[in-house]
Design a protein. Structure first.
Lengths: 744, 224
């Protein structure tokens, strides 16, 4: 036991040798591992942060069961403003001791409103000018954090004494636990792949950072072997040495995490913004990170120095490197492909593929990159011949040691592959959604559905007088169910009304149309008997298929004979003039007085923009993640490249001393990084696209490629390596100076 | 009575045959110079008889123990307790001070730091490098570094010291000084020295010369 402690202590002593060089090495290791730890802690904090959001959502949800007269009556309503949906709650407070939702001091009375800080900010900004008419009430306060999902939550509570007991929801209190709904399968897959591909490189970099100055460390430990330290003891000493780096990394990482945490609320994407207090790693996950990082570091270091342990003179006597074998390197690739292929189109009982299989498949394929790269670099380097002295120097160097070069670019390759994967999945999902939205964009109208018995004539007049409204049509709406229990909307209106919703160019009274669902869903056929609102039988006439905004059956009045609309509600269609900017907002403002009594849903050009905004936000988040990881890769790459120059200081100095121009040496350095880079880029883009296609196939979705995005990232990776090479040139210049020839 | 005895050693590195049936006997307390041209296999012979490199075939005996059948752990222990090493360069741990480097083998054997450093200081004084005790190897001159390495080789009271071109990186004056101190200390402690060199000037410090040519060792029979 004493041996173990003293050997570990010797390792610690070697790590903190006290010289500037060893402190510098420790600092670099600390920063490298620290960045990785900070990212892992952020990821470990996500489940807690999401839970905290859900908890606050639960805390503000209403309790509708209770005895006696309800103290509060509620109507909920979304206020739509451009691409934002602002959830609002209109309340009629009927008791002095009425329950108060979290984050509020009291419920607003008639003519009062309480808004979230984000909504207050929006209303006060020039951007919110067109929104203000919808909030004529007196603002009596802002909602506290306890009542908000996130820092950018747009939310309001408004008082309305006109909410009647017959129509409003009876509220007896606030706070109820809802069963958590799982993520949408596509979002689930995006998140899952995102986490795996962004975290996997982080683990690779822990390994890279651990191996900083590995050659010097190998020499040190070989010297220890020479004076009689057995293999096991050298492993212990090396573990002690690595542990210092890893523990320094943990300290740095925890520091980085807490330094970055206050900025969590500043993230401009609402879905990714959190209250800093919520961003705290779950103790179990934090423990995993705090244990896994040092263990991974120690294992990486021990694996890397296995040859030195076997051979005390390993670093003195260089043998011809053993040729790398291909077969075992293909195992993770083949395994990953097989696992993912087994899940093609199988979205399981709950619409979610078997998680472990998909994660394992993705991880195996990602693992294939750093595993395959050294073999590929070695093969290509052996095949290459140096046409110029610079290329010859680089090729010979690569032939001697392909592993280091491959490791240097391997980290970048994993990030690139992961990001390309996400881009392909994203492009495929986006293609699906945007195609629906583009169809909507051919029509521009606001569908107005009165919620209560209101003066519809007044509503129609108000809408018709609004700026940018071309016409107001009326649609009678109901629903029908067929023998297979499939339900479809039935809308009846004049040809002008139908034209606002669907492409019914040949419309005459008596015609019947159908807008199909976007996906291939079987629907009722002509001649089938449908039940209108579950009670009146109606035979489906021959229908003409037309493109439109919303799936359903569209009938002209003459084709709708026999349908009873007594229980149905009319829907008004406010047809908008595309030439008037913000026509929808003007129209919504024209009916501001109706508040929750009219539901207004906009279909048209802006909705397409909304989708673009959402995908733009996801793309920005993805890009931010990729840039962060690429910078991390770049930092590792730079440190390793500098380390390489320092390691080879003497031979480089000798070359310079014998007359080899520095330009030749610089170009040789560029080739040394460039050849593995090109190979890694090819393999990364190939893997990324392949992985993206396979994950998309798991969901049976149509594959799409974001070529500009892929190209941009590829160029960024290439630029990164070029920049790193450029940054190593001063070090090369120094190494090739006269001082480089000094051995001590 | 032979202390170290090697018979019919063969060692190849890939297609390169370094040793082809080399044999060597070292008696207790004697200084043997192993000479030969570059690439003749003299360093490989030293590494094999010191238990650093396992030969492909052949036997190395140390006293009544067969070195070639020992485990790595046993050979490591032997290197720590009975053998000492001095190489041309690179054998010192750059992170440790010179004093810590000299004390290292004792500390690896479990001696307490204070005792180990006291013993190390004595040897450093004998080798006239006590002035650089708190400096790191990189801060010393080549000659001082070699004398620190000799102190480290001697601190455990070894039976054999293996020296591979110990003056190869030094000027003649420093080389002479290092050889003088090495052989003097070895004779005082009764340690045998196996000295690999290609310089006759260095070999002149030995009792006996062995020439290695094409991987085979041959005694040059004369006594000084």
């Amino acid at each position: 036991m004493n041996h173990v402690i003293s050997d570990l202590a010797l390792g610690v002593r070697l790590a903190v040798g006290g010289s500037r060089k060893s402190w510098g090495r420790l600092a670099l290791q600390g920063v490298g591992i620290g960045l990785c730890v900070a990212m892992l802690l952020l990821a470990a904090a996500l489940p807690n942060a999401l839970d905290a959001r859900d908890d606050r959502g639960d805390a503000r949800s209403k309790v509708t069961e209770g005895a006696g007269p309800a103290p509060v009556l509620e109507e909920e309503m979304y206020v739509h403003f451009r691409s934002r949906d602002i959830p609002g709650t209109y309340v009629n407070v009927r008791a002095q001791n009425a329950p108060v939702p979290p984050g509020l001091e009291r419920l607003p009375q008639d003519g009062e409103v309480v808004v979230s800080p984000a909504l207050a900010e929006l209303l006060a900004s020039p951007d919110g000018e067109l929104l203000r008419p919808r909030f004529p009430q007196r603002v009596i306060g802002t909602i506290g954090a306890a009542g908000l999902i996130g820092p950018h939550d747009l939310k309001f509570y408004a008082g309305d004494s006109k909410i009647a007991e017959s129509a409003g929801t009876k509220v007896y209190g606030y706070g109820r636990a809802y069963e958590r709904m799982g993520l949408d399968p596509v979002l689930w897959m995006l998140s899952l792949v995102g986490i795996v591909v962004l975290l996997f490189p982080v683990l690779v970099f822990v390994g890279v950072a651990t191996r900083l100055a590995a050659a010097q460390r190998d020499r040190r430990l070989a010297a220890l072997r020479l004076v009689g330290a057995a293999a096991g003891r050298v492993r212990l000493i090396a573990s002690g040495e690595t542990l210092v780096g890893a523990l320094t990394g943990l300290v740095f990482g925890i520091g980085f995490f807490f330094a970055v945490r206050p900025l969590a609320g500043e993230v401009p994407i609402p879905e990714l913004a959190f209250f800093p207090g919520d961003l705290l790693p779950a103790p179990s996950l934090a423990a995993v990170v705090l244990v896994a990082v040092p263990v991974l570091a120690v294992l990486t270091s021990l694996f890397a120095m296995r040859r030195t342990i076997i051979e005390p003179l390993g670093v003195v006597r260089h043998q011809k490197p053993v040729r790398r074998r291909l077969w075992w390197r293909l195992v993770p690739v083949a395994g990953g492909i097989a696992l993912l292929a087994s899940q093609f189109g199988d979205t399981g009982e709950k619409g979610t593929p078997f998680q472990v299989i998909v994660i394992t498949g993705v991880v195996l394929l990602m693992l294939g990159i750093p595993v395959l790269l050294p073999w590929l670099v070695e093969r290509v380097a052996n095949w290459m011949r140096g046409a110029t002295p610079a290329l010859q120097l680089a090729v010979r160097r690569l032939q001697l040691d392909a592993g280091t070069a491959a490791r240097v670019v391997g980290g970048v390759a994993v990030v690139l592959a992961g990001t390309v994967t996400l881009q392909v999945i994203l492009a495929s999902v986006e293609k699906d959604v945007v195609s629906e939205e583009k169809r909507d964009a051919t029509h521009n109208f606001v569908a107005l559905t009165p919620k209560d018995d209101i003066d519809t004539a007044g509503l129609r007049t108000a809408v018709a007088g609004s700026k940018g409204v071309k016409a107001v049509h009326v649609l009678d709406r109901t629903y029908a169910t067929d023998s297979n229990d499939r339900t479809t909307n039935v809308s009846v209106g004049t040809c002008a009304a139908l034209k606002a919703q669907a492409d019914v160019t040949d419309c005459v009274d008596g015609k019947a149309y159908r807008v199909r669902f976007a996906r291939d869903v079987s629907e009722s056929e002509a001649g089938e008997v449908l039940m209108i609102q579950g009670r009146t039988a109606w035979t489906l006439p021959a229908l003409q298929e037309v493109p439109g905004t919303s799936p359903g059956i569209y009938l002209t009045p003459a084709a709708a004979k026999g349908i009873d609309f007594t229980d149905g509600r009319p829907q008004f269609q406010a047809e908008l003039d595309l030439a008037v900017p913000d026509a929808a907002e003007y129209m919504r403002n024209s009916i501001a007085d109706y508040t929750w009594r009219v539901h207004a849903y906009f279909v048209g050009q802006d909705d397409s923009a909304e989708v673009e905004l959402i995908f733009g936000a996801i793309r920005r988040a993805l890009l931010a993640g990729a840039v962060l990881t690429l910078l991390l890769a770049g930092a590792s790459l730079l440190v390793m490249a500098l380390e390489q120059v320092r390691e080879r200081r003497r031979p480089l100095a000798v070359l310079a001393a014998t007359g080899v121009p520095r330009g030749t040496l610089a170009r040789s350095l560029l080739w040394q990084n460039g050849v593995p880079l090109v190979l890694s880029t090819v393999i990364a883009v190939g893997t990324g696209i392949g992985l993206g296609v396979m994950v998309t196939r798991v969901f049976n979705a149509e594959v799409a490629y974001d070529w500009p995005g892929i190209a941009a990232l590829t160029v960024a990776s290439v630029a990164l390596v070029l920049a790193v090479t450029a940054l190593t040139l001063p070090s090369l210049r120094k190494a090739t100076g006269a001082l480089g020839l000094q051995s001590e | 009575m032979s202390l170290l005895n090697a018979e019919d050693l063969h060692k190849s590195f890939g297609k390169t045959h370094a040793l082809g049936g080399a044999a060597l006997t070292v008696r207790a307390g004697e200084i043997v110079a192993v000479m030969g041209p570059s690439g003749s296999g003299k360093s490989t012979l030293l590494h094999c008889i010191a238990g650093i490199l396992p030969p492909d075939s052949g036997v190395v005996r140390y006293g009544d123990r067969e070195l070639t059948s020992m485990s790595d752990r046993e050979r490591s222990e032997l290197r720590r307790t009975d053998f000492g090493f001095v190489f041309q360069f690179g054998q010192l741990v750059p992170e440790l001070t010179c004093l810590e480097n000299v004390a290292l083998p004792l500390r690896l054997s479990g001696m307490k730091r204070g005792n180990a450093e006291r013993a190390a200081k004595d040897w450093m004084a004998k080798l006239e490098v006590d002035t650089v005790a708190d400096q790191r190897p990189g801060e010393t001159s080549g000659g001082q570094g070699q004398r620190v390495a000799i102190a480290r080789a001697l601190v455990t009271g070894p039976k054999v010291i293996f020296a591979d071109e110990p003056t190869g990186a030094l000027d003649s004056l420093n080389g002479e000084r290092v050889m003088h101190l090495l052989t003097k200390a070895a004779r005082e402690t009764g340690a045998a020295v196996v000295l690999v060199t290609h310089e006759a000037r260095v070999a002149a410090y030995s009792d006996r010369e062995v020439v290695v040519r094409d991987g085979k060792a041959r005694d040059v029979e004369f006594a000084r």
